[in-house]
Design a protein around this ligand. Structure first.
Ligand SMILES: [Zn+2]
Length: 321
């Protein structure tokens, strides 16, 4: 089944008079783009399709067994780069006639993994479409793609879930969650129900609790930096930096607007408002910049002692209080 927030797009997709030669599905991570593409591909191959693929015809069975000869996955095994050899394999695949008289499909779930030369090789196939073939391409960062690739595809912007759709999705899958927990999960995942699910499986609520309690105690000087850094060890350093940066940016936003709605995540909104009264904008911007610089070191692994970076981050946060 298609996610509820994709229903409108789905109806449009399957009711086209003519299918395009290449589609580019784009949008930020966590919208369910690959899920949508998998359903679309199944429906294109199915010989008895209604709104969805039937699931029982020969084509559907071959696809479910990962054995359909008319579909090609342009992906890399190690999530690093899609090699030019892989694109050449795809070109050969497209040059052969379909085995089952239907479409020949190519799915590329991570278009951003193409390097310069493999992207150029793909471009050729987009310029000279082969027979009854359709390319289904997916990108989380359309801005990093070659403009010539983008311009040769039909662009499909994948919609976000509304708050209610996202909350319903989580309620259905995790009936034991409380309304507060769902709200918090959606805040932490910027309203993406799929990302929220992933985060939940990583015990994010527990980690967030340690973070918010820790920050409050740190500001009251009830815990020292080294002890708190130790307690936070199980959490991803990048995530903690994102939380710290978000806290400071919320303080700035609240200070500039004095609007309660802009005081950010509910679990730290009192802290946010309090810290806004204690700091001036210049100080806040300077701390914000320093946190960004520290985070860059983690992202680029420039400093191999994340514990030390975490402690410097906590020191900046403490200096706000
Ligand atoms: Zn079928």
């Amino acid at each position: 089944m298609i996610h509820p927030w994709q229903q409108q797009l789905w109806t449009k997709l399957i009711n086209q008079h003519h299918y395009g030669h290449a589609y580019l599905f784009y949008g930020v991570k966590g919208l369910g783009k690959r899920h949508l593409v998998a359903h679309f591909a199944a429906r294109l191959l199915c010989s008895e399709a209604g709104e969805y693929a039937c699931g029982t015809c020969k084509n559907c069975k071959l696809l479910a067994a990962n054995n359909h000869p008319d579909i090609f996955y342009l992906d890399s095994l190690d999530d690093k780069e899609i090699s030019i050899d892989k694109v050449r394999e795809m070109v050969t695949f497209l040059s052969q006639t379909a085995n089952y008289d239907g479409y020949k499909l190519v799915i590329c779930n991570q278009l951003n993994l193409l390097n310069r030369s493999s992207a150029n090789a793909l471009l050729k196939s987009l310029e000279e479409p082969a027979g009854k073939s359709i390319l289904l391409l997916v990108s989380d960062e359309i801005s990093n793609l070659l403009p010539t690739i983008i311009s040769r595809c039909q662009k499909i912007s994948c919609p976000r879930a509304s708050y209610q759709q996202a909350a319903d999705y989580l309620y259905m899958r995790f009936p034991n969650l409380s309304a507060t927990e769902i709200k918090q999960l959606l805040e932490l995942s910027h309203n993406s129900p799929l990302l929220a699910t992933e985060l939940l499986q990583q015990n994010i609520l527990e980690q967030r609790q340690i973070w918010t309690d820790g920050i409050k105690r740190l500001l009251k000087r009830q815990i020292n930096i080294v002890d708190l850094a130790g307690k936070l060890q199980k959490s991803s350093a990048i995530m903690l930096f994102n939380w710290a940066i978000e806290l400071v940016s919320n303080i700035i936003r609240y200070k500039l607007s004095a609007d309660d709605k802009s005081s950010g995540a509910e679990d730290l909104s009192v802290v946010t408002r309090y810290l806004a009264t204690k700091n001036n904008v210049d100080e806040l911007f300077s701390i914000y910049q320093k946190l960004l610089m520290l985070r860059a070191k983690i992202v680029h692994r420039a400093n191999l002692n994340p514990q030390l970076l975490l402690e410097s981050m906590l020191l900046r946060v403490q200096s706000l209080g």
